[in-house]
Design a protein around this ligand. Sequence first.
Ligand code: 5AD
Length: 358
Amino acid sequence: MRRDEISAWLRETDRSRLEQLWRQADEVRRQNVGDEVHLRGLIEISNHCVRECHYCGLRGPNRRLPRYRMTAAEILACARQARALGCGTVVLQSGEDPGLRAEWIADLVRNICVATGLAVTLSLGERDFAELAAWREAGASRYLLKFETSNRALLNRIHPPRDPQRPDRFAILRHLRGLGYEIGSGIMVGIPGQSREDLTDDLLCIQALELDMVAVGPFIPHPQTPLGAAGSASDHPDQVPNDPVTTCKVLALARLLAPLANIPSTTALATIGGTSARELGLRCGANVLMPSLTPARYRSSYEIYPDRASFGTSGGLSRAELENRIQSLGRRPGVGRGDSPNYHRRPRGQTCHDVAAG
Ligand code: 5AD
């Protein structure tokens, strides 16, 4: 798709034209990744964070947030629950937390692989190459690291680098690919100061990275962050709105530009648009849902942004209810790990299965 076509879609407001975009993305989704909706069980293992991102409630300077780290036993119990719920994958997510020691994570990954046979996805921020390698060796098969925006000036403003000498997220993604991980990345839609031209660049970047997983969510202001504080609204003349329709446009375009990728209908989308937005996500390109398995007592403290939609066991959903919802959309629950078809076209490294078998 040409740049001007992407840009035109981002400006489109006509409802029936947008229906066409949803249909086109839905068809490309069906042809490339089929009707299965894969479930990824999300476990938010720590909300400690050393970074100071201007959008995120987990940022280190937010002293009002009670901090927690789950124990290995608690995490393993959640992983077993994920399997019982029909998930093919568990996603271990956290703030950027050096308190999660590399060896401890490696042991955890090994234990989850052996105990459940599920694919393990990590989403633990910008970590050292040696740590990423050790976790891959331990059996992790995928890594999520969003680049958030391709506008460097905007990114540096809202995501201050910890140390400018360290590799940026694009360099880390390249490295992860070299280690044999499936790689996932993505953006936020409607960051104050983000223009439609920026968003067009973001989408072209998503295409160029040949991602295995793409995540797109709306920016949601958090009052205890610089970008969520009163008076931080953008006066950019071409400001991107952070609404459900704009998010779905980006989701649909991401599907057209990365046809083989696994793409979730995100919690952030459901947070601003409710259940209907989560379902619209699945009808305009998405093929993945990520129910949260984080125990309720921790989940309220994993406050990236306020009032996160609950979905999954922390939202009281059973396996039968999850399957019913998927079937009511004319789709079927995914079977197996739900690896990226993209990934299987590349040389394969060690996977969770090899570890469990060995
Ligand atoms: N609104 C939406 N998404 C957010 N994230 C962090 N803060 C916000 C917010 N205020 C997302 C970012 C980040 C992940 C940890 O959560 O995309 O990568």
